[in-house]
Write a protein that binds this ligand. Structure first.
Ligand code: DAH
Length: 335
């Protein structure tokens, strides 16, 4: 009888080793631990043994039962765990593409503008976004109390320090450090006290341009702006200058490009005029030269501004500036 117990035990462990599928696990349970399984059947031996052997056999059978039950429980656990593991690594699934970052559309356009101007012999300069009143206004011929200060809604940090309202102060910083000839652009972020809506943002991006040398004329300015327009938007785009006022230039102008959508024919975007306003420009005011110690009798120069966001809106056909700064992935991944 005790050999019978040993036999069952051996057979169970042999079978347990061969288990491969969840079906096998279940079959093993039925065969040994089920209601009519080998262990239950073994208990019927109790009826056949003499009374004095009953306690020993009972003990042996109970031991067998516990041992197999414990072993089976662990086996079942392990099997489940390995099954789960196998399910999470499904090699037949297509791979997941990682999200890659990309350059912001404004940065892309800024890069393109830089490339174009570098090709025209300009050097790229940089200046601080937190600026002294002197660089943002004073040296640009905008004295304290001058009404021209109202042209820009300034964000003041204190009486003397502002968030720069334009990239023009970089002109001053560069001229302070260098003697002519100067041929630079300065792209960067600028700030104004504006309530955000479709066309206004409290910050946006500009490029400042400055050329100073002997005998620089308005014709040189027109030539450079035109060359830029052709390279950025195509050779058929015409440029026009309209008289205007800026304190740091004299004479001053505003310049327009042919509408890039209708190419000058007139459409909804350009309100049928065929022209799109780009920014301002002009011949550097003698007072600006004096502020940096250049002799206006010897040197002349031109300066121009340019709105990067504006140009990006034209390039990508976007009608609101705000979309650039909301950082909506669905928008940004289109560029
Ligand atoms: N600073 C001007 C602005 O923010 C743009 C500008 C106009 C820049 C004329 C210039 C210029 O250099 O000559 O609106």
């Amino acid at each position: 009888m005790f050999e019978e117990v040993e036999k069952i035990k051996k057979a169970y462990f042999e079978d347990a080793k061969k288990v491969k599928t969840s079906d096998d696990v279940e079959k093993l349970r039925i065969k040994y631990l089920g209601r009519k399984g080998a262990v239950s059947s073994a208990f019927t031996m109790m009826e056949e043994v003499p009374n004095d052997k009953k306690p020993m056999l009972g003990k042996a059978l109970n031991q067998l039962k516990t041992e197999l039950e414990n072993h089976f429980a662990t086996l079942q656990q392990e099997f489940k765990a390995s099954l789960n593991k196998r399910e999470t690594i499904d090699l037949t699934l297509p791979g997941r593409k990682p999200n890659t970052g990309r350059k912001h559309p404004i940065a892309q356009v800024e890069d393109e503008i830089k490339t174009i101007f570098k090709g025209l012999g300009f050097v790229v300069e940089d200046g601080p976004e937190i600026e002294n009143d002197f660089y943002n206004f004073e040296a640009l011929n905008i004295p304290k109390s001058h009404p021209a200060r109202d042209m820009q809604d300034t964000l003041y940090i204190n009486d003397d320090i502002v968030l720069r309202t334009h990239t023009s102060p970089v002109q001053i910083r560069v001229m302070e450090k260098k003697q002519p000839p100067v041929r630079m652009i300065a792209p960067g972020r600028v700030y104004r006290r504006d309530t955000p809506d479709a066309t206004h943002s409290p910050f946006f991006h500009q490029v400042e341009g400055l050329v100073v040398d002997k005998d620089i004329s308005f014709a040189d300015l027109k030539g450079v702006i035109e060359a830029f327009a052709h390279r950025m938007f195509g050779k058929d785009i015409k440029v026009r200058f309209r008289p205007s006022f800026f304190p740091f230039t004299e004479p001053s102008a505003e310049y327009d490009f042919n509408c890039v959508f209708c190419r000058g024919q007139g459409c909804r975007v350009c309100k049928q005029t065929g022209w799109i306003e780009i920014s301002g420009a002009g011949m550097v005011h003698p007072n600006v030269f004096r502020a940096v110690g250049y002799d206006p009798e010897i040197y002349s120069g031109y300066a121009f501004g340019m709105g990067i966001d504006r140009i990006a809106m034209l390039k990508f056909d976007i009608d609101g500036i705000r979309t650039f700064f909301e950082n909506d992935i669905r928008f940004l991944t289109q560029f």
